[in-house]
Design a protein around this ligand. Sequence first.
Ligand SMILES: [Cu+2]
Length: 301
Amino acid sequence: MKLTITIMVIVVLVVFAIAGYVILRYRRRPGDKSIPVQVEGNHKLEIIWTVIPIVLLIIIGIPTVNSVFGLAKDYTKDPNAIQINVTAHQYWWEFEYPKLGVKTAQELLIPEGTIISVEAKTADVLHSFWIPSLAGKTDTNPGGNVNTMYFKADHTGVFLGKCAELCGPSHSLMDFKVKVVDKASFDRWVAAMKNPVALPQDQEVADLLNKQCLSCHAIGGNGGPAFPNLTGIGGRQTVAGILVNTDDPKYKNEGTVEHNLEKWISDPQAVKPGTLMPKVDLTQDQVKAIAKYLAGLKLDY
Ligand SMILES: [Cu+2]
């Protein structure tokens, strides 16, 4: 981009300078009725203004074509890249780290300065995987098609991800986060994700969770493929990708992870119309107890 813009700016400056000079220097003066010297068919001039652009376009073209093909480089077999299988669902994102034996949802945790190699597919309709500040869009196409892409984050931080293809009523709520951490934290996270997680002390809550929730969700270990793995949910940036968790006292009890979990569990359809998580028949106290337990599921990393 820099090379292309530099060359084009130089061309513009030279052309406009010559044009300006010629317009001023050779303008028709009062009383001048003569015909200027005619230069059409001047071979020397025509060769000059054909060859110069050709040379400039070659200088721009070679690195451009190189970079464009470089963007599609395949890192899926690269042992130094981190492989991630991204599966889009209506309306959530599943992230599997096949080499590391870890699966998570809604929050993609990656180490800084490392190539992340993505194989993207969909479980249902057409979606598009997009992290605007890190990489271009990659569609996830129905019909078993897998699209590959890669990206790299140079700094730690949290980046917003979006679904960029209209996929149903909650398309605009199909957000996710990319959390970039240092390499040591990433390794600790991978280890923590595999630790077994204790069910709630309260037997009644444990039974509820087992019966009503763990038929779909997994907590601890490498959970089933079809639904979000809830390991570490209490420490994530969001609930369901869209309810942003915050401890900022400005939001009082409005945005804590516990509050967001209560809001989600008591009526998922109210948060994301059309979501495939059903409204489970629970009393307010049961919802509170489950939310409290899930909010406590934090990973040290
Ligand atoms: Cu989508």
